[in-house]
Ligand binder design. Sequence first.
Ligand SMILES: [Fe+2]
Ligand SMILES: [Fe+2]
Length: 210
Amino acid sequence: MAKAKSTSRRAGSSASRRRSAATGNSAGRATDAIALLKGDHREVDALVKKFETARSGSKERLAQRICAALTVHAQIEEEIFYPAARESLRASDEDLVDEAAVEHASVKDLIRQIEASSEGDDLYDAKVTVLGEYVRHHVKEEETELFPKVRKSGLDTRELGARMVARKAELEEGSAPRGRRTASLSARAQTSAKDLVASVAKVAGRSRGE
Ligand SMILES: [Fe+2]
Ligand SMILES: [Fe+2]
């Protein structure tokens, strides 16, 4: 009985390791580029759904989160994923990347308009709704056409994913709301102070011959 329990615990933990290897989240950090992008798509879709049913007064914050998530997502695709896809796809499939890039331009234009306005402004809700529609269309094309072709092309999506995770973290740090950024800077300052104290203690210990 006890043996069965420990076997099922082991099975559970290896399943969770497999999950984190596929999505690149949590402690594992191993990453598949396509799984990472699909995870972003689900996150944005959930936010858009929340926006659609949100009460007035809470919509602007949700819209800002949608815009921030999409901006980072579009940037890692444009900087890392699309160029690698272009290299590995057959010339006849490169149109898919061209179309994706053009769709990004429309998405980014709407993001700029939303970020420059506020809840209650004319067409604010309509702009966010249309952004959600554009994104759903774009995501469908990526997931049903572009990603399967990239997968088939043999591109090393794990190596690519590792680069994308690192770039995404950098961009999120840069676009974090002020409170989160301050907390992270203060955590870094505390670590530096601890390192300094440890170095001084080491030097003092050496000079005492410890
Ligand atoms: Fe995209
Ligand atoms: Fe995408």
